[in-house]
Design a binder for this molecule. Structure first.
Ligand code: FAD
Length: 808
């Protein structure tokens, strides 16, 4: 065994071997994979091997499509046979809402070059003559779906990696990981020690064990997942080599596919069953759990009704194996904060179909510092400290139960909540607040009132809560309203070198004392890492404020950029110490004037100003900015004072008709102002120039900033896409994220956020479109639930272009 390598991967399942293969594809030969047993001994050997492209996430679809493309050519590429049957698949729709979901995904897939189709019952039967179409409205056909032999896939990837110069050590167990004196990783195995610069934890459901070796925690729990395989079915024998398309009946919750001349049935049953809550037995490898078919009875019955030949023979085999689940069912990938050179790539629930794309992305992360695609939905830093074992268990069970649920926009699922609450939580609950969790924090999404329509709350069309949102938007535009917004990520930067350091970090300007400025932090590629408001509190003290969900991600980025010890820059995370009340609307000044002796007029407290003001029995850091485009202030308050200040506002606000509002209203209002949302509109795949944020980029900054060179080059050639607002002639459905934009029949862009703007009474989509089509007035179409809707590029911002209301 080698004693030194550039990269060591721990775990030889489909994912670890794909990571190794892709490292060698990037030219990194000095890579080693260590596997405690045989390759595939974890979850991989017994997987059903289904390889769908279907998902409502744009980047997951790219990742899975990359895999299915790779798998189709891998055998020939590396010289290792793989049984990969590209049979296509049918997904069945029993309800109109499911049809809406399919329409959305068909459009998304076509924009990625895949010809998905919506079929009627007769066409479904033409694809599968054994299908009973009673009660079905439609079905989605994915012609590129299929099943692969997971063991052969893994071996093929391993062969490709070995041919590329990598080494694999089987029957070698990693028992400890430490940091050496030179900062390298020292990996102890039962067959010796190996030192390396970088480590990838690809240990599958044992990913948590490996993380624990470096003192880290990963939110993963093991559930059991079962499928059964029948005896041979005479009708399938009679068809010879012909194979039926894979069938999924998501409204019932099972998949059913042909396996040789039999059928393989796998339900995601309601009775999700966790295992190994204390610890994973050491000896468990290449093994299964005991069969538990009782859990599947109702699903078996339903599937037999749908495909009657299924019930004509007995069950030959049952596979009940361990499957790792993170809270949302997506894997945990990417760099581990505080552990330079250590990466996670584990916890895969669909690790066969995702292995290809995940291997590519983690290899790029390790070798190039950033993957081609924005991996936020899979980034392990999306979970903060609240995602402990209790949380992951509750959430994983819920996710498993909804594995085939409809991917509605704005679904606020209940498990694992409330985790973190603002001091005003109960007060808001009493006032009819409905909550959603963001970064673990409970935030009001809207306030229900008696007489509001109650259903549907979930829909691809405008749900019932729009009545509440319309009311809240009106209060903000006409009177004054308050939003309790706990959980903003807040970092304080101090020290005599703080300004210089910040200047190098942000693409824009560091504001003067008493001022705040929106800023973009870029990767060396120019891609947007994060968006922060940078506030200068004077006396070499700055605050950086960003999204709640980004706390760990942003802190990690800031920590990584900290200068050498000789420079005086201190960074402190204040996120949990301060809460935030947003007070907005034309009467916001009058209301606040009743509660603070501070001057709030434009001269004393201009737009983008920041002051420390007395309010209630405390001092607030008041910032004159907001995300809704009206006169208003953000009040950052010590948490222990937040409720008393909220109560004062509520009491004094009664005379102005003060209303509470929630996130859904804020989202509607920010669309009208074209304010971007991090990780919806702003990702590492877009630069600030593509995002039409040129005014926030100081290309000629003398000291330079991270990403400046790339952005300069891009400015010279001109960005290939631009961010624009679109005013859409919608019907009862607004453009959901990843709706596709067309010019004639050519796909020219992608919607990143959409919704209804109540002040303008217009349906709005924010989108990236080809640069030559970004001029205001350009006529385009947006595909919404299968229909091309007329859309016109608007001038930004759509609402109050002179910002007169903000400056009022
Ligand atoms: C019944 C069932 C059906 C499934 N069907 C599908 C499907 O149709 N499609 C799909 O995409 N997914 C499916 N899955 C999920 C899929 O099996 C997993 O997502 C996938 O196998 C995960 O691969 P992996 O490489 O991440 O992990 P694993 O295959 O578990 O590999 C991890 C490896 O790490 C090794 N390891 C752990 N600790 C150490 C250590 N300390 N030292 C050295 N090595 C170590 C383990 O021995 C193991 O080989 C199914 C799962 C089940 C249970």
């Amino acid at each position: 065994m080698k004693t030194q390598a550039a990269v060591v991967i721990i775990g030889g399942g489909a994912v670890g071997c794909s990571a190794l293969y892709h490292l060698t594809q990037l030219g990194l030969r000095d890579a080693v994979l260590i596997e405690r047993d045989e390759l595939t001994a974890g979850s991989t050997w017994h997987a059903a091997g289904n390889c769908p492209n279907f998902t409502t996430s744009w980047n997951l679809m790219k990742l899975q499509r990359y895999s299915t493309n790779l798998y189709a050519s891998l055998a020939a590429r590396v010289g290792y046979d793989i049984n990969y049957h590209i049979t296509g698949s049918l997904r069945l729709a029993h309800t109109p809402a499911r049809v809406d979901e399919f329409r959305h995904v068909v459009s998304q897939a076509r924009a990625q070059g895949m010809h998905f189709e919506l079929l009627g019952p007769a066409e479904l039967r033409a694809h599968n003559p054994f299908l009973n179409t009673d009660g079905l409205l439609a079905g989605l056909h994915d012609p590129y779906d299929g099943d692969i032999d997971p063991a052969q896939l893994t071996q093929a990837l391993a062969k490709g990696a070995r041919d590329g110069g990598a080494e694999i050590y089987r029957n070698t167990r990693v028992t400890a990981i430490e940091r050496g004196a030179g900062g390298e990783w020292v990996i102890t195995t039962d067959r010796g020690t190996i030192r390396c610069e970088k480590v990838i934890n690809a240990a599958g459901y044992r990913g948590g064990e490996v993380a624990a070796m470096v003192g880290a925690y990963l939110p993963i729990v093991t559930l059991s997942h079962q499928y059964l395989v029948t005896e041979d079915i005479p009708e399938l024998v009679a068809r010879g080599a012909a194979r039926l398309p894979l069938l999924r009946d998501p409204d019932v919750s099972y998949y059913l596919r042909q396996e040789r001349h039999s059928l393989l049935l796998g339900p995601y049953e309601w009775q999700a069953t966790p295992h190994w809550l204390d610890r994973i037995p050491d000896h468990f490898a290449n093994q299964l759990f005991d069969d538990d078919l009782g859990r599947l009875e109702t699903y078996i019955e339903a599937a037999c009704g749908r495909v009657p030949i299924l019930g004509s023979v007995g069950v030959k085999t049952v596979i009940n194996g361990p499957i790792p689940y993170a809270p949302d069912g997506n894997p945990l990938m990417g760099p581990a904060p505080g552990l330079p050179g250590f990466y996670h790539c584990c916890g895969f629930t669909f690790g066969i179909v995702q292995a290809g794309g995940a291997g590519k992305s983690i290899a790029e992360w390790v070798v190039r510092g950033q993957p081609e695609w924005d991996m936020w939905p899979l980034d392990s830093r999306r979970y903060l400290e609240y995602a402990n074992s209790k949380f992951v268990l509750a959430k994983a069970i819920e996710t498993y139960q909804h594995e085939y649920g409809i991917g509605y926009p704005n679904e606020e699922r209940a498990a694992g909540r409330p985790a973190k609450t603002s001091p005003a939580y109960l007060r808001l609950q009493d006032k009819g607040a409905r909550f959603g969790a963001r970064g673990g924090w409970e935030r009001a999404v809207y306030f229900a009132q008696a007489g509001d329509p109650e259903q549907p709350l979930l829909s691809f069309r405008r749900p019932a809560w729009h009545a509440a949102v319309a009311r809240e938007c009106a209060a903000i535009a006409e009177r004054v309203a308050v939003l309790d917004l706990p959980g903003f990520s807040k970092f304080e930067v101090t020290g005599k070198d703080a300004r210089e350091w910040l200047d190098h970090l942000v693409a824009g300007v560091v504001p003067k004392p008493g001022r705040t400025a929106l800023n973009y932090l870029c990767a060396p590629s120019g891609g947007i890492v994060t968006e922060m408001t940078l506030t200068n509190l004077g006396a070499e003290r700055y605050w950086l404020i960003s999204a709640a969900a980004g706390e760990l991600h942003d802190e990690h980025w800031l920590q990584q950029q900290l200068p050498a010890a000789a420079r005086e820059v201190r960074l402190e995370n204040l996120s949990a110490r301060y809460g935030t009340l947003i007070v907005v609307g034309p009467r916001a000044r009058e209301l606040l004037a009743l509660l603070t002796p501070a001057r709030l007029d434009n001269e004393a407290f201009p737009w983008l100003g920041v002051r420390t003001i007395d309010i209630g029995y405390t001092k607030a850091i008041a910032v004159r900015v907001n995300y809704v485009g009206e006169l208003g202030w953000e009040l950052h308050l010590p948490c222990e004072h937040l409720l008393s200040v909220y109560d004062l506002l509520a009491e004094a606000g009664a005379r102005f008709g003060l209303a509470d509002f929630g996130l859904y209203a804020m989202d509607s209002l920010r669309l009208e102002k074209c304010y971007r949302s991090w990780k919806a509109d702003l990702t590492t795949e877009y630069t600030p120039l593509m995002a039409s944020l040129d005014r926030f980029v100081k290309l000629d900054k003398p000291g330079g900033f991270i990403g400046q060179e790339s952005l300069r080059r891009e400015a010279e050639s001109g960005p290939r896409e631009r961010f624009v607002p679109l005013v859409v002639e919608s019907g009862d459905a607004d453009a959901a994220a990843v709706s596709v934009v067309y010019s004639g029949d050519t796909c020219v862009g992608l919607v990143t956020s959409g919704g209804f703007g109540y002040r303008l009474q217009q349906s709005i989509a924010l989108a990236y479109v080809r640069s030559d089509l970004a001029r205001p007035g350009t006529a385009l179409t947006v595909e919404i639930l299968g229909e091309r809707r007329r859309a016109v590029v608007g001038a930004e911002p759509l609402y109050d272009p002179s910002n007169s209301r903000l400056r009022a």
